[in-house]
Write a protein that binds this ligand. Structure first.
Ligand code: ATP
Length: 368
């Protein structure tokens, strides 16, 4: 989904937003993002990048130093959190321990003076949605972590917000439960159709749950795109490194003709079939994902996109094995190979020499 492809303004517009707490670094530094109705959008970045501050500005807990936030055509400036058609689910869930599941979900509706019948029908609908009907009379401490998370989600959705904000939604769950819950959460959010902005530092979580991701660093957005775009065509070294594993080889552009770009690195010559123009002598980085490299005992044909390495380490992960190959310069690259065939038949061993090769389209050339 691309914001520029739609003629009408985006459902949520974050326009040139700045948050300066004073005292040095700017927490959010001129961020502009368009989010479409029904999207699950992730703000992804490591600790301190400004993602939570941005989310808190959407909720109204922080005021932008400058810039505008427009939701469904309405400028949110000056509107207090309780008046915004927005609900935020916190990492800690913030469930009331002394209230039952039913009363936790009903809480916001009752506070807003919603008629009794309406409260009952909304709570029942929410319980059904998150499949916790049987647990309505329990207190939060009588539920598992995953169930508590679903109660918090039900409570956030009960008031039918126009925008749902999730702050590290699965941070409190252990890895296995987190993976199961990611899919459940997406299914529920999509069923309701609510537009959702989530904050996470976990790239797998962002990739699994979000339709699009904004990768943030030091208060700025480095790239916005669908998970596949961000992984396959990262815009900068930071993004390439932050999302998944990557081997980064530094080199110089030596020949630059359309459809025949050559980059010389210390250990190998890269032939890049597409996409980059520059001046010979220019310093560039070549990003290569570990699973896009093939290993072979025999030298591949030609002179480009190949290097002879020595196995220095290997880690067996069941479905695949990650080999650490030391190249002639001393640089170590990672190669991830499916265990579909090799592992049983001809496992590679420590110190063994092996050719690594890759296709021209497997590499991404980065100039920043
Ligand atoms: P985390 O994942 O650790 O929550 P984050 O990426 O969400 O980090 P923010 O919490 O948005 O980052 O913080 C961004 C920057 O703003 C940090 O340098 C932080 O110290 C600073 N900051 C956040 N809140 C305040 C505040 N109330 N006063 C001063 N500085 C703040």
């Amino acid at each position: 989904m691309s914001s520029s492809s739609s003629a009408s303004p985006a459902y949520l517009q974050i326009q040139n937003v700045v948050k300066d707490f004073g005292g040095g670094a700017v927490a959010v530094n001129h961020v502009s993002i368009d989010i479409q109705k029904g999207e699950i959008f992730a703000l992804l970045g490591s600790s301190g990048c400004g993602k939570t501050t941005l989310l808190r500005m959407l909720a109204g807990f922080e005021t932008p130093t400058s810039g505008r936030i427009i939701l469904n055509g309405q400028d949110l400036a000056g509107m207090p959190p309780y008046a915004r058609p927005i609900n935020m689910m916190f990492q800690s869930y913030a469930l009331f321990p002394h209230l039952t599941v039913w009363d936790n979900i009903a809480f916001g509706l009752r506070r807003d003076g919603c008629p009794k019948d309406e409260v009952a029908s909304r709570v029942e609908a929410m319980l059904k949605l998150v499949q916790l009907g049987k647990y309505a009379k329990r207190k939060p401490h009588q539920l598992s972590g995953g169930q508590q998370q679903r109660v918090a989600l039900a409570r956030s959705l009960a008031k039918k917000p126009q925008l749902l904000l999730l702050d590290e939604p699965l941070g409190a769950l252990d890895k296995k439960l987190r993976e199961e819950t990611q899919i459940e959460l997406v299914n529920i959010i999509e069923e309701v159709g609510v537009t959702c902005v989530m904050v996470t530092h976990d790239q797998e979580e962002a990739m699994t749950m979000a339709s699009r991701i904004a990768v943030m660093s030091e208060g700025q957005v480095l790239q916005v795109g669908a998970p596949v775009d961000i992984y396959e065509t990262p815009a900068t070294r930071f993004v390439a490194d932050f999302i998944g594993n990557v081997n980064m080889m530094d080199g110089t552009l030596s020949v630059d003709e359309p459809d025949h770009v050559v980059i010389d690195c210390q250990d190998c010559r890269h032939l890049v079939g597409h996409g980059i123009t520059g001046v010979p002598g220019m310093a560039v980085g070549v990003a290569l994902r570990p699973e896009k490299i093939q290993l072979s005992a025999d030298k591949p044909e030609g002179e480009f996109n190949q290097v002879l390495g020595k196995v220095r380490d290997l880690a067996y992960f069941g479905a695949f094995t990650v080999y650490h190959l030391q190249l002639p310069s001393g640089q170590v690259i990672k190669v991830s190979e499916s265990n579909h065939t090799r592992y049983r038949n001809e496992p590679l061993t420590w110190d063994q020499e092996v050719w690594a090769s890759w296709s021209p389209t497997a590499q991404v050339v980065l100039t920043q």
